[in-house]
Design a binder for this molecule. Sequence first.
Ligand code: ZN
Length: 268
Amino acid sequence: MLHILRKPWLLLALATTLGTAACSGDGDKVVLFSIEDDIALGDKVAAETDSTYRAKGQLLERNSTNARAYQLLNPIVNRVLDCGQLTHRQDFVWDVKIIKDDATQNAFASPGGHIYVYSGLIKYLDNESQLAGVLGHEIAHADRRHTSQQLQQQYGISLLLSLVLGENPNQLAQIAAGLGQLKFSRDFEREADNYSVIYLNNTPYACDGTAGFFIKAQSAGQQNPPVFLSTHPDPGARIEAINAKAKELGCTGRSPSNNNFDELKRLL
Ligand code: ZN
């Protein structure tokens, strides 16, 4: 038990949870997990995810070999992060990593702001606004704490807190492995789409960039649909909702340079 006592806030969080349902004050949603729990769980899940893809030789490490790729990706990520609309811009780590797997068109987020994007998705997309849009969608899942709420619902808070304590390594591995396939509620997806438009509104990007992905995926038909589409169904309704929000904000039709995006695609 000694290791638990080194983290008294965990006991407090658990006690609060077991007592009355605690509200973190995150809008009108009840979030039993604290921000600190999001960060701690996210660090564990990300370490597990990193080591899985590192073992397969697929994790693009932030080292001199991949310096140029991250030099091209980071400004895209940072424009979205610095749009002034995130709740946890300062709390979370906001680390976006590339997984080299051209056959997988997917991206996912852990709690606490660790985002993973597959080279297959970057190569699938047509322009920088689309990439910024998809990243914005994933950033919203972390910032709006959808991932931790979904995991909490699926696994229960005591299990998640045990993972934070370093217990249940097998369960941690299972959760990390399933993160890219995690199915969110329609409400969470709608909210993440909506926030991707809100985030991109304060950037040079066309704020309906996420719709660009869905339009492309939809027109490609049912043969080899992108993995991202299987966890993000109903593209027609989503395109409509994204377009409506973009129209409301008046931020469509921008066409920033794709030089950096094109170079990134060629490098991967
Ligand atoms: Zn999503």
